[in-house]
Design a protein around this ligand. Sequence first.
Ligand code: 5GP
Ligand code: ZN
Length: 114
Amino acid sequence: MQDCIFCKIVRGELPSTKVYEDDLVLAFKDINPQAPVHVLVIPKAHYENVLELPAHDGQLLSRLLSAIQQVARELGVAETGFRLVANTGPDSGQMVPHLHFHILGGRKMGHGMA
Ligand code: 5GP
Ligand code: ZN
């Protein structure tokens, strides 16, 4: 999508600190980290949120999951644990309408989900 900031990151029109990339998936550091490890894992194709992500696209789903696992291991939070969040729609506070999975770790998370 032309004006989507994450599509611009995918196209290299905006800078990012990449931590994983393949032909379908990109992971990069969040610009405003909420934890010592805060990475966003996105499909390169533009889907607004998990509701739009095609459930039948096994290749993409599998690649997203593999990327999440690889990033967690490489950034050292696989053992200590991390939170995986995909804000979806207005009540979630989703700011960027391009599907992204937050990986948050490197500190103790609160018990609340809010
Ligand atoms: P949301 O609230 O939509 O789930 O999260 C959007 C996330 O994207 C926020 O954590 C925000 O800091 C991050 N973000 C917004 N713009 C940029 C950007 O241009 N570059 C990077 N790396 N992260 C961004
Ligand atoms: Zn996009």
